[in-house]
Design a binder for this molecule. Structure first.
Ligand SMILES: [Zn+2]
Length: 461
């Protein structure tokens, strides 16, 4: 991969365009597979609650039975298999230990099925937490991608629609500091790849002009990237003058201040997608704004109201036999609402849209956890318009730095009010430093997080 990447980066732009378009041809075959798979799963979108429970109970029993005989760690629980006809899978699940990245990393081999063929290995990002390697059946990987794609189908995608992407595709080499064309267009699959890594006032302006020329039906992006692009476009001569059906986002929380800015600039609704890095569970936002769990990929404890919810959420795969993660804590706080229904007609279980990465909390020396929304409030309350150019980082047990990417004059205006406001939010327990910076740290995946906890990392309680 890194060799391919360095060859790509060393190629002149016409060759890079060619590579991307060749990839686009291959992509068309993937879309066909996704569509076939989604068509075959369409019936699961309207099952009754009883049918859903029976479906998940059956899949769980298959996975547990497989784990008991094939996965070394679960061999000691094999005697539970004799209860499969008399007890529900949910009941049996309660007797198994909660797991996590850290738990499995102590002896990863013990969690691999002895018999595994046609697998793919995926490493989740080490920049936001503990590195983790997951082995997946190839068709599980395909299912995960297809379920992500379903959100776009729900949003009204039709074959032939153009989609612009701002999601960390490394299509423009980083050694090009200020590219004239910070994008690549792939014609076979109708994709516009915008470079998340090259966002500045000039590139944003040219991206805005490109979007107006090509009129994509959808714009897909990380919330932080969409916010930065929207902020720059708002300050430019950008005019929203075509029928953009939806802005689609994933991978990060969409804070209200971000949502408001993106909607203001692109004048359309936004639809989110939630998926864990392990492809263990996913949810997509329907036209009513509700997040529906996919049901068929993983089971979250609490989603039916049968088991009590665990924090952070504990999830069991319904499909991955190569490395079946069971009662695995994915590190996100997920609130499921079993009694809620949605007027879109889909009966798929519902989860709350507020998803907070564990690392996004700031923790004071006395153990108080300060919610991201409270920190965001401290910005909004002071009417700080340049919030999209800010980042709040817990650096030490009692030190928070607030980075603002802004000019000297604006910085001088905000520094003191922001300091006062932040002191309040942290109950006077943190030293707060307001720092002017030229650049907000972007992780290797091309995301910047509004709130980062470098001190506690993924070790947060
Ligand atoms: Zn719905």
């Amino acid at each position: 991969m890194s060799l391919v990447k360095s060859l790509y980066d060393a190629s002149p732009r016409p060759l890079r365009v060619l590579y991307t378009n060749a990839y686009g041809v291959a992509n068309i075959r993937r879309f066909r597979k996704w569509n076939r798979l989604l068509d075959s799963l369409a019936y699961t979108e309207s099952l009754s609650r009883e049918q859903q429970i029976r479906y998940v109970d059956q899949r769980l029993k298959e996975i547990l039975s497989h784990a008991f005989t094939q996965v070394p760690f679960y061999a000691r629980f094999a005697s539970l298999a004799k209860d499969f006809h008399s007890r529900s899978a949910f009941d049996i699940l309660r007797e198994l230990p909660i797991t996590s990245k850290e738990f499995i990393n102590r002896d990863p081999e013990a969690f691999l099925a002895a018999d595994r063929r046609n697998v793919t290995v995926s490493r989740t990002s080490g920049t936001t937490g503990t590195p983790f390697t997951i082995v997946m059946d190839k068709d599980v990987f395909l299912l995960g991608d297809a379920l992500w794609w379903r959100r776009t189908r729900w949003a009204g995608y039709r074959p032939g629609d153009w989609i612009a992407r701002l999601v960390g595709d490394p299509i423009v080499p980083l050694h090009e500091k200020n590219p004239r064309k910070p994008w690549i267009i792939s014609y076979p699959d109708r994709r516009i790849y915008l470079s998340t890594f090259h966002l500045n006032p000039d590139t944003a302006r040219s991206m805005g002009a490109l979007l107006r020329r090509r009129k994509p039906r959808f714009l897909m992006g990380y919330p932080s990237s969409l916010e930065i692009l929207s902020g720059y476009l708002k300050d430019s001569d950008f005019v929203m003058d075509w029928d953009l059906r939806n802005v689609l986002f994933s991978s990060e929380p969409m804070h209200p201040h971000r949502e408001a800015l993106v909607k203001e600039v692109f004048r359309t609704e936004i639809r989110g997608l939630y998926g864990s890095g392990e492809k263990l569970v996913s949810a997509a936002q329907c036209q009513e704004g509700t997040y529906h769990l996919s049901l068929v990929d993983g089971y979250i404890e609490g989603q039916f109201g049968i088991m009590d919810p665990v924090e952070p959420a504990a999830v069991t795969t319904l499909v991955n036999r190569a490395m079946p993660l069971i009662r695995y804590q994915i590190g996100d706080m997920i609130e499921t609402t079993p009694d809620q229904t949605c007027s879109c007609g889909r009966t798929l279980p519902i989860m709350s849209p507020v998803i907070t990465k564990h690392e996004d909390w700031i923790i004071t020396p006395s153990g108080r956890r300060i919610a991201p929304s409270a920190v965001v409030w401290a910005f909004i309350h002071q009417d700080i318009a340049d919030i999209h150019k800010g980042q709040v980082v817990q650096e030490e047990a009692d030190l928070v730095r607030v980075y603002l990417n802004t000019d000297e004059t604006t910085f001088a205006r905000y520094r003191d009010v922001l300091k006062t406001s932040m002191d309040k939010v942290f109950f006077g327990e943190m030293r707060v430093e307001i720092v002017r910076t030229e650049k907000i740290e972007v992780t290797r995946a091309g995301k910047s997080r509004f709130i980062m906890n470098r001190y506690h990392g993924s070790q947060n309680p």
